[in-house]
Design a protein around this ligand. Sequence first.
Ligand SMILES: [Zn+2]
Ligand SMILES: [Zn+2]
Length: 186
Amino acid sequence: MDDIDNQILSQLRHNVISKMRAYVDINNERLFSDYELSQLSKIEVSFLTKNSISRHGLTTNSDKSKKISPSNCKVRLNRKLFEQKYSLYAEFVLYHEYIHCLGNFSHDKNFRQLENLWPNIEKMSIFGRQLTRELQENNSQWAWTCSKCGFIVKRSTRKFRSNYFHKECLGKLENIPIIRPTSLEH
Ligand SMILES: [Zn+2]
Ligand SMILES: [Zn+2]
């Protein structure tokens, strides 16, 4: 990772942790302690590989034999989150990952309650669906299918531009995206 990447990631960490510092319960008690927040700020955050089609963010335990905790996890984020239009959503994704880092492995009720503290949560799910769609379109394979006999002539990572015909039956080829199922966010 270069300097710009590091700068972008450390700015994002800072923004998210600042927001988390402000959350209080009905008794005005902080939901995330200074200790927890300082632990979170030390967690390694990097990027998912380019080919990661469906994940927006991912938290894994570095030592698989032990439970996730701030000292036993790393976070990776999809690079597309750093496009301008996703800047607010990127914060939300890192917040989601931070909840995992604090030891909440599954998306249970407690997890969702914490997650729902984030402002504009409905807007966030719209961004999320938009990003998923974009990732799928950019990464989907195309099947060149004969419109006459249904034969799949070729699979390709790109659309063709001109008119192609199936040699055997002279049917016109159509281009159909193969949408792979999205793995669950985590
Ligand atoms: Zn054909
Ligand atoms: Zn998750």
